[in-house]
Every structure is written in C-alpha cells, then in structure tokens.
Write a protein that binds this ligand. Structure first.
Ligand code: KIV
Ligand code: NA
Length: 261
C-alpha cells in the first residue's frame, strides 16, 4: 500500500518521524523504497547532482518528468513527490496547475513541492490544492532564489524568523499537506513544528522537525559539493574510484576476464 498524505499527518500526531530522501533514477528509487523510506522526493537538486548544472535554475519540466517517471517505476510503497522546477509555477496559478498536473499525469508521482511563501505562493498553492493536487510547501532557504539569498541560513533575526513562521501558517491554511524547512535555526523550526498541525520536514533545521530529508548523493558520499548540515553515511566516491581502478588494473594486466571459455 502506498503511503498517503493523510498518513503523514497521522504520523505527526503519533510523533513517528518521517524519513525522506531524494532520488533521480530507477535503481536508487528501488533501493530507497525497499529500505522503507517514507517519502521519495525527486528534488530539483537532480539538476546539480545528476545533470551537472551550477544551480537548480536551468532544470526544465521535461527533464524533471523524465527522471520522475524513472523513479516512479521503481517505487511501490513510498509517497513520490516532485519539485516543480524554477519558473514552471511562479508566473501564475494557472501555470502552476498546468505544470503540477503534467507531473501527476505523466509520471505517477502523488504530490509536488513548491518553494516560497507570502503572498504569491500562498495563493498559488491554494489554487493547486483546489485542483486536487497535494502540495508540500518549502520555506527558509529556497535554492531557486539563490541569486537573492545565496545559500545562507535564513530566519536568523527575530523579524526574519517571525516572517517564516507566518508564511508556514499561511501555507498550512492554503492547504499544503506538509512544509519543508531548509537551513533555519532549530529553535524556529521547533516553534513552527509546534504551531502547525501538518508535518514539517527539515534539512539543516535541527532535530525537532516531524521528519528529516537529505539529498541522497550527500547521504552516500557521492557529491562533490555538500552543504555543511548534510551528513554522509557512506563514502561511495571512494568505493567507486577503488572499483574502477581495480577493473582498470585487471584489464591492463589481462587478469580480467578470467581464462574460462
Ligand atoms: O531538491 C532537493 O533535493 C530539495 C532538498 C531540500 C531536499 O528540495
Ligand atoms: Na529542491
């Protein structure tokens, strides 16, 4: 049985932390799903991690749909959620419904995520939710605004923190099923988590959120650039380099393939 957005809200009430990871292809998605991850996010970080763009900005909706389709083919249990790429939803509610609709219809994903808050995104998210599409909001550090914000921690002053809190409340009222909190102080994340009845999913937002998310390439030790709040649970860069060097050595010394016919 696939996990639903209603189930996530129940898990918040039961204080059962929600495990979220990103995926960008079929193989990784299958492994994450089989390992029991609750939400698989096809994040627009795929533009940087899998496609080598400098920021998340160049990623297109067609590229997102291509990758999200592959992820969905590998998943049975987890809720698959997809980022809307930069400028595929900011223009108007109509554009957002069109883009989110394409994702649900063409990939099999169950929900979308949009960056931003008050006032434009509150209105847009309300309209997309009214169209029947589950939306996770994303506030704090929003990487699609990198040219305005950089990658600095957000909500550090009381006024900036208050603004993010009010945004999160407005986004819940607009109908978002969850809010992602990126790179804000842990105390602010705690305050938001206590105030909302929908789950908060944190990244660089401390231990008090209702769930946590990491970019899977960071978790696996596969990224060349990693934010300070990420944690690697493996070092696949080293593992892959060793395997490739061993193979190269055996080819050059004619040890591989073996002598058998
Ligand atoms: O694109 C992404 O990977 C994200 C992170 C916050 C997990 O949105
Ligand atoms: Na993202």
């Amino acid at each position: 049985m696939a996990i639903t957005t209603q189930q996530l809200i129940q898990w918040k009430q039961q204080q059962r932390p929600i495990v979220t990871l990103t995926a960008w292809d079929y193989a990784i998605a299958q492994l994450l799903d089989a390992a029991g991850v609750d939400i698989i996010l096809v994040g627009d970080s795929l533009g940087m991690v899998a496609l080598g763009y400098e920021t998340t900005l160049p990623l297109t909706l067609d590229e997102m749909i291509h990758h999200a389709s592959a992820v969905c083919r590998g998943v049975n249990r987890a809720l698959v959620m997809c980022d809307l790429p930069f400028l595929t939803y900011q223009e108007s509610s109509q554009q957002a419904i069109h883009s989110a609709g394409r994702i649900l219809k063409e990939t099999g994903a169950q929900a979308v995520k949009m960056e931003g808050g008050y006032p434009a995104m509150v209105e847009t998210i309300a309209r997309v939710v009214q169209a029947g599409i589950p939306v996770m909001a994303h506030v704090g550090l929003t990487p699609q605004s990198v040219h305005q914000l950089g990658y600095r921690q957000q909500g550090k002053t009381p006024e900036a923190g208050e603004k993010i809190l009010l945004e999160a409340i407005a986004l819940e009222q607009a109908g978002a099923f969850a809010v992602l909190l990126e790179h804000i102080p842990a105390q602010l994340a705690l305050q938001i988590t206590q105030k909302l009845s929908i789950p908060t999913i944190g990244i660089g937002a401390g231990v008090h959120c209702d769930g946590q998310v990491l970019v899977t390439a960071d978790l696996l030790g596969l990224s060349s650039r990693q934010p300070p709040f990420a944690k690697s649970y493996a070092n696949l860069q080293e593992t892959i380099t060793q395997a490739v060097q061993e193979f190269s050595g055996e080819v050059r010394s004619r040890q591989f393939p073996s002598q058998q016919p």
